[in-house]
Design a protein around this ligand. Structure first.
Ligand code: GDP
Ligand code: ZN
Length: 308
């Protein structure tokens, strides 16, 4: 077989046996070379950088996959041992939360924060619906301040009155970002505020279309907005976010606030009720934020025992 010319492309969406990629020939259907389909345990993912040749029918044959820069994934909600890749080669995991409706949930944020750390991408928090008048706004802002102290980039935005959108756009420029969030936080509205060209269906447009849920995003989709130099991957709304490939003994390393302390008496201390635990001391002194420690315990409870 003669060497065919290879072109570079990025995977935009996935369907059985292939999907759509964006490359030198615009947006075209692709198929995977059969060896590749078997080799890659997780197949190709949205955001994948690939090399393809052109087939006679105008579709692409993906022949090679570039080394991934980051992999953002989670366990399959029904089969927890199976990894579901959400997106690859991203710079930012942008989590959308709302000031209210649905209620602000920092425990959910903590999970995605760890998932983002594992992926190799930077975690970014977009707090939407800042236009709402909410009684416990102070408490939410306190949580945000805490995340800021942990070094998280935070954008307080409103898709409705457009506050904070320009700053967010500037931040996203030239980077690849995957947007995640529970449904109802206004992720679709926010993306449309970032660029109307995205034209993502919101709750209102879904209802107008009459199809309850039928038109919602079911898979991640990559969008490139040339004018604004934005690379955005939209994902289906998550109901939960569990962690993968992390054991009870490793979880503590994802809580930077435990770092600066002296060592606990036992080097394998899980900071639950051990004698000589400096994390428990710091908690008593108020040096560690109790809500985060609760989060640590809650997540710990869901993780498998270490294999030793
Ligand atoms: P998604 O499920 O996260 O994609 O959320 P949608 O974009 O469909 O929005 C869910 C609901 O929240 C809709 O009724 C929106 O009008 C509303 N919403 C979205 N953004 C905002 C906002 O910034 N402020 C307010 N007050 N409501 C918003
Ligand atoms: Zn300890």
């Amino acid at each position: 077989e003669s060497e065919r010319e290879l072109f570079e492309g990025v995977v935009k969406s996935i369907s059985r046996g292939g999907g759509i990629l964006r490359g030198a020939h615009g947006e075209i259907t692709f198929f995977l070379k059969s060896e590749l389909a078997m080799l890659q345990k997780t197949g190709v993912s949205v955001g994948e950088e690939v090399y393809y040749s052109m087939k006679d029918d105008g579709s692409a044959l993906v022949e090679r996959i570039a080394k991934r820069k980051s992999i953002f994934s989670r366990p399959d909600p029904l089969r927890p041992k199976i990894e579901r890749v959400i997106a690859v080669n991203i710079d930012y995991v942008c989590m959308v939360s709302s000031l209210d409706s649905p209620v602000f949930n920092p425990f959910f944020i903590d999970r995605v924060l760890i998932g983002a750390r594992q992926s190799g991408a930077e975690f970014v928090l977009c707090l939407n619906k800042m236009d709402l008048e909410v009684e416990d706004k102070e408490q939410v802002l306190k949580e945000l301040d805490y995340y800021r102290q942990l070094g998280v980039s935070i954008f307080e935005v409103s898709a409705h009155d457009e506050q904070g959108i320009d700053d967010l756009k500037l931040f996203l420029k030239g980077k690849k970002s995957v947007f995640v969030g529970t449904s109802g936080v206004g992720k679709s509205s926010l993306l449309n505020a970032i660029s109307p060209d995205l034209d993502i269906k919101t709750q209102e447009t879904r209802e107008k279309a009459g199809g309850r849920g039928r038109h919602t995003t079911v898979m991640s989709t990559f969008h490139y907005l040339e004018d604004d130099d934005l690379y955005i991957i939209d994902t289906p709304g998550f109901r939960e976010f569990n962690l993968m490939e992390i054991s009870k003994d490793e979880l503590k390393f994802y809580f930077p606030e435990f770092d600066g302390l002296e060592s606990c008496k036992f080097s394998n201390c899980q900071h639950i009720h051990e004698v000589g635990c400096v994390v428990l001391d710091a908690l008593d002194n108020g040096d560690i934020y109790e809500r985060r420690y609760d989060s640590y315990l809650r997540i710990l409870d869901t993780l498998p025992k270490s294999e030793t």
